[in-house]
Design a protein around this ligand. Structure first.
Ligand SMILES: C[S@@+](CC[C@H](N)C(=O)[O-])C[C@H]1O[C@@H](n2cnc3c(N)ncnc32)[C@H](O)[C@@H]1O
Length: 245
């Protein structure tokens, strides 16, 4: 067996700090009040505080084990819950959705509700920044057992983490992640679905929620978006009521 707390710690091992995190951190450090939607284990806000951010930092996530790990740093506000259920009014200058957490909003109504709640939590003119895997790059084709990651966890267990895609339908990829011993004994299996939206689809949902898209990049260095781009990186602004979008 592999506990939720073990899985949260393993997430950090498998997802070390990278260029996407530097990208998000630059926005966070420039903003006095930040909401991190789907903050997971809290790495981004931890780093911001450690780097001298003195303003308001708030992380939101429904995964209690991940949030418990995040809460090891008490000088950040941690909120247990889903983005769709957030009820905050004009409290933040910036919202980030890092680590492809944007893709967890699979159904149209989930995504609309999440974006509406994030819009409400932002002040007029506030920014939303996120990345999402570009459907044109078909990342899920690489989620195969032969590309398993091998890792030694904090308890010294030699593990293999295996992904298997179960279905790809209407832009939604459903897959399993199995944590197993190197000998192949499964310790934990998680199933998840992620939505892959293209730039036009993203623009439509954002406009409907009251955002104007300021930039749509193809990488963390703010390069152009092409079919070969692995990610779609979006900077949007919360429009004031009545502003034409
Ligand atoms: C891939 S992780 C990204 C974590 C973190 N942002 C990072 O950069 O490493 C996706 C996160 O989205 C969270 N999540 C899932 N459903 C959510 C929802 N409805 N609202 C907010 N976060 C959600 C998960 O619990 C998970 O921590």
């Amino acid at each position: 067996m592999y506990s939720d707390a073990d899985a949260a710690a393993l997430y950090d091992l498998l997802n070390p700090w990278g260029p996407c995190d530097d990208f998000y951190l630059s926005f966070v450090m420039d903003s006095p009040s930040v909401l991190d939607v789907g903050c997971g284990t809290g790495m981004l806000l931890h780093r911001a505080r450690a780097a001298g951010h003195r303003g308001r930092l708030c992380g939101l996530d429904p995964d209690a084990a991940a949030l418990g790990r995040a809460a090891r740093r008490p000088d950040v506000e941690w909120v247990h819950g889903r983005a769709q259920d957030l009820r905050r009014e004009r409290e933040f200058e910036l919202a980030v959705v890092a680590g492809n957490a944007f893709q967890v909003f699979v159904a149209d109504d989930e995504l609309r509700a999440a974006l509406a709640a994030v819009r409400a939590a932002l002040r007029d003119g506030g920014r939303l920044v996120f990345g999402t895997r570009n459907p044109a790059a078909r990342a899920w084709e690489g989620w195969r057992p032969e590309r398993a990651a091998e890792v030694v966890d904090a308890a010294g267990r030699a593990l293999r983490v295996v992904h298997r895609v179960e279905s790809v339908a209407d832009g939604v990829v459903t897959f399993t992640e199995t944590v197993q011993t190197r000998g192949g004994e499964p310790l934990r299996i998680d199933r998840a679905s992620l939505r892959f939206l293209d730039a036009d689809g993203l623009r439509g949902f954002l406009r409907q929620a009251g955002f104007t898209v300021e930039a749509c990049w193809g990488d963390w260095a703010r390069g152009p978006l092409t079919d070969a781009s692995e990610n779609i990186v979006v900077l949007a602004r919360a429009a004031a009521a009545g502003e034409s979008l």
